[in-house]
Design a protein around this ligand. Structure first.
Ligand SMILES: Cc1cc2nc3c(=O)[nH]c(=O)nc-3n(C[C@H](O)[C@H](O)[C@H](O)COP(=O)(O)OP(=O)(O)OC[C@H]3O[C@@H](n4cnc5c(N)ncnc54)[C@H](O)[C@@H]3O)c2cc1C
Length: 263
């Protein structure tokens, strides 16, 4: 690890100033510290966000849940109101990594990092969430730009994410057993306006599946999902799974997810 200095701002304004001046935001360090240890990242200064009250909290506002960027996965998994109203999101958080990762990893860190196999980006995209930052509000459809790439500008911080509550939802993750990230994860959300389906783990970034969305908007049944052909041509092949295997998993996980959402 290269030498760096650590700042511990206690207000969002102070953190925003530090990151605007070039400091790197530190959330739970689950990705950032590992990258620094491997010398893949070498920030001169870190701004630890853990002491900033404005970044915490889980609250219901009308038909949305607003979750602070520094909420740990364990906080989201344990929130009783969220578990009752949007169990798919609380359940997603409950199955991220292991106990240690859930105790430290954060919503904001996960979404800002946009790992192509991370769980949260699929929920953000399928639920049509809004990402609140120190500068603006960004719709989920405009946020994820590909592998580890987002619409965030340099120094811009996620402050919270608001998640609309759907009629029904489910997240089905087929775990890569060593890392526990998604080999394929599918988040399905049914709203009055239609169904949104977001897939993670299968390609170079999270994406919506238009064919599954159209079929499930017409008929919210596992059979409707099963009838959709999944094109493998743009999916990843690696030592863990071929593109064809991932395509099949998208179909199977979607069918299971719809069955789960239907109860
Ligand atoms: C062993 C292991 C298993 C895991 N398994 C899973 C899994 O199953 N599913 C899954 O989804 N994830 C998994 N993760 C990822 C984990 O859940 C973390 O969310 C992820 O590593 C990001 O960590 P963090 O929140 O601590 O952010 P950090 O590592 O502190 O930061 C990550 C990046 O985001 C930036 N950042 C942090 N907060 C903000 C903010 N508020 N605004 C703007 N930028 C910000 C940082 O500057 C940095 O670039 C796993 C991680 C590990 C180590």
């Amino acid at each position: 690890m290269y030498a760096f200095t650590l700042e511990r701002p206690t207000t969002l304004a102070a953190a925003a100033q530090l990151t605007a001046d070039g400091a790197k935001a530190l959330a739970g360090g689950q990705t950032l510290l590992a990258s620094m240890k491997q010398r893949l990242a070498s920030p001169d200064q870190l701004a630890d966000l853990s002491g900033i009250k404005e970044l915490s909290g889980i609250r219901r506002e009308g038909n949305d849940f607003v979750i602070g960027a520094m909420m740990r996965h364990a906080d989201v998994a344990a929130n009783a109101e969220l578990k009752a109203a949007l169990p798919a999101l609380a359940g997603l958080a409950a199955h991220i990594g292991d106990r240690q990762v859930r105790a430290m990893g954060t919503l904001g860190g996960s979404v800002a990092n946009n790992d192509p196999a991370a769980c949260y980006p699929s929920a953000v995209l399928a639920l049509g969430a809004t990402i609140h930052t120190t500068a603006r509000k960004i719709a989920a459809d405009d946020f994820f730009l590909g592998m580890f790439a987002t619409a965030l500008n340099e120094g811009e911080l996620i402050t919270a994410i608001s998640f609309p509550i759907p009629k029904r939802a489910a997240y089905m993750k087929f775990k890569q057993p060593a890392s526990r990230f998604a080999l394929v994860g599918v988040f399905i959300a049914q709203f009055d306006a239609g169904v949104r389906v977001a897939v993670t783990g299968a390609a170079n970034g999270v994406f919506r599946h238009a064919g599954l969305e159209a079929a499930l908007s017409k008929s919210f049944t596992p059979q409707a999902a099963a009838a959709v052909k999944i094109d493998a041509s743009e999916l990843n092949s690696d030592i863990h799974a071929t593109a064809a295997y991932r395509a099949n998993l998208i179909s199977v996980q979607t069918q299971r997810g719809v069955a789960k959402a239907l109860g």
